[in-house]
Ligand binder design. Sequence first.
Ligand code: PEP
Length: 259
Amino acid sequence: MNSQRTPLVAGNWKMHGSLEGNTVLLAEVVKGAGLFGRAQVAVCVPFPYLAQAKSLLAATPVRWGAQNVSEHTHGAYTGEVSCAMLKDFGCRYVIVGHSERRQFFGETDVWVTRKVQAAFAHGLVPILCVGERLEERDAGRTDRIVTEQTEMATGELSSEQVVNLVVAYEPVWAIGTGRSATGEEANRVTGLIRRALGRRSGGASAQTRILYGGSVTPDNAAEVFGQPEIDGGLIGGASLDAGKFTAIVRAASRERGNL
Ligand code: PEP
């Protein structure tokens, strides 16, 4: 692994949480922070809980972010939330192009591209999600789909932005299904993403953090994070359980040799 690629484990809470439950969960995650080692940790919470995340996490090593953002700066876009609003609430990260947004809300590659650009323009770090659906995998189209999604979303980025970008390889068939990709499979596709990014950025992608997401648990975390191309994880279900989330973070640190 490139020494500049500090491992990152980010929780994606999806549409889960409550003020009361979050207080307990975040307190437990923060309590585990002393054991995180080299890995950086973030939680991507639903919009209404950003203020709570800011107030509970500001003085801790845990960063926070959102799960979606508008590509527009402001205006008559009912129900949307802008990058500047996320910045107001101290977000560092925003997930862009999650497969659930693509599948249930019709987000296209063009849309995802604009959101990535908007995030960078406002000083947010996009966590760009790419990944193939089961039928695409079965048809042998994984490499093409993932390469196209990556190239589309990042084609306009500067080398510096490519360095700061976070990509999450999330095979759609592995999300929330309990069926994770093998470490070897995830590593191969992650390497492909890095090469696709590198072709457009003069090799800047050697420094880009590429995460794996899809049914990561404490049981398979070491296998996933032991892969040389994989720099951490985007964690859905297991991020709602402080014990599991903390164990996954520790595995990321351990596999990078400092725990
Ligand atoms: C996700 O939603 O990004 C995800 C990886 O979910 P899970 O860990 O539950 O598969």
